[in-house]
Ligand binder design. Structure first.
Ligand SMILES: *Cc1c(COP(=O)(O)O)cnc(C)c1O
Length: 822
């Protein structure tokens, strides 16, 4: 078959044929959604050829491959990205223009596959893109949730969650692969039986099971014919109702199995950096991990006779602790199905599994009650018990008689299974996601483990894919960059440093800022259409978009907006550069303070946006339903990037990098990857403020911070805080925002007040914002500053991150795919 994408005529014919065969319609009759489907199937035809060729290359060259296990893949839309990576975006755009369709409009018909919450899931998606582009064999392993991240509506200023039925029209970029289905077992009990070789065989009895059926999604590499696979698992009942089971009295069990399958993959848990500890969540984890490990082992065995050498061809990366049952599942397969001894199985497992830590926050650390864990996964629990028993012997050997140490480090302790401890003990690598984060792990949170296994610990600073977040999301700037320095940045972002020679060039500065202006117009139009708010594209676009979380301090941001408003009202003649504060954030459905912060932002917006007396100096916009597709536009339009987490709390952040790539200046704390951004671009080209992570940690340990001191001493901060409880923004309802007020000041709460130091850092933040304004007034200085940011963004490509994973952890072989006509 020929590569139809590069033949305009044939592509158009293919689209028309698809509309006809799929819908029995002509192009004129087809809806936009139907045209999207027809175009996507035409694109998939091309991808399929490369996909086949990639599989054949794997069969021939037998490269080592990584199985990237993640509860979340926040992929975003595929059509545009696939066209970019097939280097056919422009051609397809022109072809569609010819038959009267706008590619942007067609792209807009695609649902955002939102099988993730935020940064962790988006990281997995960027990694898949980079792996394929760099030519490494990789399988993403995840769950095909029927409902992904909820859609957010704002009603009367409050967040309302609407189910995201992303599969309702059928998704063109997936392929059901029933021939790779596997059974996954839950519950029952374990029976020890004598085996032929004199050993004991462990058999799970009276269990319930589901059939895991994979849907493969193609992951297209950039301009290299490579197509990797994201396998996301659906659950189906093992057998349909049999009259038989009715007779045998198994009717109840048959219904239960059907319900188990139905519920298992129904919905993504909408918590970011927070664990709910629900039994269904553990079921989801074991479900996709068991199926993925079974598929990995089956594939390996198809080509290799010796299971002992598994780690030469397979590595399993666990994205956070969510897939940690993988280590026990691999042990189970090696022990119970392959008949290996414990020592043999352990030697293989501990060379195959590796763990990425994503957070140090207590509420995000996974601990499962023994009762749930052992009831749901009886054989897996036995294996974890044995891993724990042997590990504690090791600890005893290293620290004889030190019970305190053993209690602290145990995998099973105090009625709980600690997943991070299991991942560290069984994994051959433990990595943090930014240098500061990794250092905190080594020196504080995981100090005991670092002392015992120093060789396991390493850092892999996160990155983002420039193909989506510049090439696709900001076509104007992408083209400008290519005109200046050529195309190499698309697959090697370090080339951006060549832009440094232009930062003082007045013409280049003007072009750069004109592109920013165009992107601000595009966003202003979006805001007008979606929010009905008119914003001035010449004002400073100051943006904070990310999940709503107290540690990310959207509250400090909006308190600062309230403070500015008070100042402008009090001094109407003071110099003030017009600013538009833009927010976008989803809050977990059960996270009260987060949801109330959304209401506060909207309440403040309501007052400020309708106050004609401030002469449009301030606008506040809350963009509904922040997701990958609108994120691409938002980054492109930002002047100021808000990265203001309490130092030590944001492990890396990746939003920070996307803004930098798109020519925004960062106002931020020395937290996560901000530290390394400052190192790359120079502190003088960012707006750094606030306590250091050491200072934060010291205050937490000494418990010597009392926000009341600030409340008492600082009249302007006090005024803002009083406005939370005097009805100023709530139509005289003095109770509406009281919980936020209390979270900042009330020491009656169980935890100490202002846990995230919003008031402590407030003055420093306000002062940094004044520096931002001053810098923005200097047009040339600003242009130079943001261009320097773009020129020094090279390190933050996920291509660099993936190459480091490959070099230090995975040791994969590079693959070259050539497509022959078939
Ligand atoms: C990049 C990204 C995130 C992560 O943002 P942070 O600022 O690092 O928290 C979350 N959601 C979406 C849609 C993203 O694209």
């Amino acid at each position: 078959m020929k590569n139809i994408l590069f033949d305009k005529k044939e592509f158009i014919k293919c689209v028309k044929d698809n509309v006809k065969t799929l819908y029995r319609k002509t192009m004129e009759e087809a809806s936009e959604q139907e045209v999207f489907q027809a175009v996507s199937y035409a694109v998939k035809d091309v991808i399929i050829d490369n996909w086949l060729a990639t599989q054949q290359t794997f069969d021939k060259e037998d490269p080592k491959m990584v199985y990237y296990m993640s509860m979340e893949f926040l992929m975003g839309r595929a059509l545009g990205n696939n066209l970019i990576n097939l280097t056919a975006y422009k051609e397809v755009k022109e072809a569609l223009d010819e038959i009267g369709f706008d590619l942007n409009m067609i792209e807009d018909q695609e649902p955002d596959p939102a099988l993730g919450n935020g940064g962790l899931g988006r990281l997995a998606a960027c990694f898949m893109d980079s792996l394929a582009t760099l030519g490494y064999a990789a399988y993403g392993c995840g769950i095909r949730y029927r409902y992904g991240m909820f859609k957010q509506k704002i009603k009367d200023g409050y967040q309302v969650e609407v189910p995201d039925n992303w599969l309702k029209n059928g998704y063109p970029f997936e392929l059901r692969r029933p021939e790779h289905s596997f059974e996954v077992k839950f519950g029952g009990y374990v029976q020890a039986e004598p085996a032929e070789n004199g050993r004991t065989k462990f058999v799970q009895k009276n269990y319930q099971s589901v059939l895991a059926v994979p849907y493969d999604m193609p992951i297209v590499g950039y301009n290299n014919n490579m197509v990797n696979t994201l396998m996301i698992w659906d659950a189906e009942p093992m057998e349909c109702f049999e009259l038989d089971s009715f007779d045998k009295g198994d009717y109840r069990k048959a219904v239960e199995q059907e319900n188990l399958a139905r519920n298992l993959v129904e919905v993504l848990y909408p918590n970011d950096n927070h664990i709910q500890g629900k039994e269904l969540r553990l079921k989801q984890q074991y479900f996709f991990v068991s199926a993925s490990v079974q598929r990995a082992v089956a594939r390996y065995k198809k080509y290799h006779p010796d299971i002992h050498k598994l780690s030469e061809k397979v590595t399993i990366q666990m994205n956070d602790t969510h897939p940690t049952v993988a280590v026990a599942e691999l042990m189970r397969i090696l022990l119970d199905e392959e008949g290996l001894t414990w020592d043999e199985a352990w030697a293989i497992t501990t060379k195959t599994c590796a763990y990425t830590n994503h957070t140090i926050m207590a509420e995000a650390l996974e601990k499962w009650p023994i009762e749930i864990f052992s009831r749901l996964l009886p054989r897996i629990y036995q294996i974890v018990e044995e891993i724990n028993r042997r590990f504690l012997l090791e600890v005893e050997e290293e620290y004889p008689g030190n019970q305190y140490k053993k209690d602290k480090m145990a995998i099973i302790h105090d009625g709980q299974v600690k997943m991070a401890h299991l991942a560290i003990v069984a994994g051959y690598s433990v990595n943090g996601v930014a240098r500061l984060h990794t250092e905190i792990l080594k020196k504080q949170e995981l100090k005991d483990f670092y002392e015992l296994f120093p060789q396991k610990f390493n850092n892999k600073t996160n990155g983002i894919t420039q193909r989506r977040f510049l090439y696709h999301g900001n076509p104007l700037l992408a083209e400008w960059v290519s005109n200046k320095i050529g195309n190499d940045w698309i697959t090697d972002l370090s080339h951006m440093e060549k832009l440094a020679v232009y930062v003082d060039d007045p013409k280049a500065q003007q072009e750069f800022m004109q592109i920013k202006y165009q992107n601000k117009l595009r966003l202003a139009k979006y805001i007008q259409e979606h929010n009905g708010i008119e914003v001035d594209p010449r004002s400073i676009f100051d943006v904070q978009v990310k999940r709503l979380h107290e540690y990310k301090r959207q509250l400090m941001n909006i308190l600062h907006v309230m403070y500015l408003y008070n100042k402008i009202k009090e001094h109407p003649d003071m110099e003030f550069y017009p600013r538009t504060f833009i927010f976008g954030a989803k809050a977990a459905a059960g996270y009260k303070n987060a949801k109330l912060t959304i209401k506060l932002i909207n309440a403040v917006a309501d007052v400020i946006n309708h106050d004609a007396s401030i002469d449009n100096k301030l606008k506040v916009v809350f963009i509904e339903d922040y997701k990958v597709s609108n994120a691409e536009w938002i980054f492109a339009a930002a002047d100021v990037s808000e990265q203001i987490s309490t130092a030590s709390k944001e492990a890396s952040g990746t939003g920070n990098m996307k803004f930098m790539l798109n020519g925004a200046a960062t106002i931020g704390t020395m937290d996560g990857a901000n530290v390394e951004m400052a190192e790359e671009v120079g502190k003088e080209n960012m707006f750094i403020f606030g306590m250091s992570s050491d200072e934060v940690i010291a205050h937490e340990q000494n418990r010597d911070y009392n926000p009341m001191d600030i409340f008492n001493q600082d009249q302007e901060i006090r005024q803002v805080l009083m406005q939370l409880i005097n009805g100023f923004y709530s139509g005289n309802d003095t109770e509406l925002f009281r919980d936020l007020y209390n979270s900042l000041l009330n020491t009656q709460c169980t935890q100490f007040a202002d846990t995230y130091f919003c008031l402590k850092d407030f003055r420093s933040y306000a002062e940094a914002q004044e520096r931002v304004e001053k810098a923005y007034r200097d047009e040339k200085g600003w242009a130079k500053l943001v261009m320097l940011n773009v020129a020094h963004v090279g390190k933050f490509s996920s291509d660099r991150t993936i190459q480091e994973y490959v070099d230090d952890i995975w040791h994969l072989d590079k693959v070259k795919v050539t497509v022959t006509e078939q």
